[in-house]
Write a protein of this length. Structure first.
Length: 204
């Protein structure tokens, strides 16, 4: 699975401010819908389901904050190595998500790195939306289902283990991306799980 800009500086700043405002409005709406999906009453819900839902919500929040910070720094937004790492992270996320959902993963297509940060962000948004919709209705019994794939020969893991892999893999690469952002002169956002716990709206 292992897979700039030519505008005058004023135009860049003006365009960047407009994009940032639109992005913040979009992100606010996205998280409002996501929280409604994830925090609505589920009846009896297992602790494992609840914890995995929290980990996935945190991952989405942390990924979005990191992408926002990278977009707002011109050198980072156009850095090809950082873009490759961001793509690798969401590529792995998509692999396990699609496998868990029983959907096809077309490796040749998925392995293509988008030509811009905007294209990579679109992949993150699409993946996050599909993931949150699924996780909003996942049941305890779903977590025990076994997954096998010829792309990882000899592996047999549960859906729960695949979800943990996604969260831990993303966490590790976010740290690498944050370090690259700092080296390029940017300021990485704080993405600790406990900060997400502190900042998320109360559930009642």
């Amino acid at each position: 699975m292992k897979s700039g800009l030519g505008f005058p500086s004023y135009a860049i700043q003006r365009r960047g401010a407009e994009v940032t405002q639109r992005t913040r409005r979009r992100d606010s709406l996205f998280f409002s819908v996501a929280l409604w999906l994830m925090l609505r009453p589920f009846g009896t819900i297992g602790r494992m389901v609840s914890m995995l839902q929290d980990l996935i919500l945190h991952k989405v929040w942390a990924n979005t904050n990191l992408l926002n910070a990278i977009r707002e720094h011109q050198a980072a937004a156009g850095d090809p190595e950082l873009q490759k790492l961001l793509h690798h992270t969401i590529l792995a996320n998509r692999f396990w998500l699609l496998l868990s959902l029983g959907l096809p993963f077309v490796q040749e297509q998925e392995a293509r790195v988008p030509e811009s940060l905007e294209g990579i962000e679109a992949l993150y948004r699409e993946t996050h939306a599909k993931e949150l919709e699924w996780m909003s209705s996942i049941a305890e019994a779903d977590l025990d289902r076994r997954l096998e794939t010829p792309l990882v020969p000899g592996l047999s893991c549960s859906v729960a283990q695949a979800l943990m892999q996604v969260c831990m893999h993303s966490q590790g690469h976010r740290a690498q991306c944050a370090a690259m952002l700092r080296q390029l002169g940017g300021e990485p956002p704080q993405t600790d799980f406990i900060l997400w716990v502190k900042e998320r709206p109360a559930t009642g």
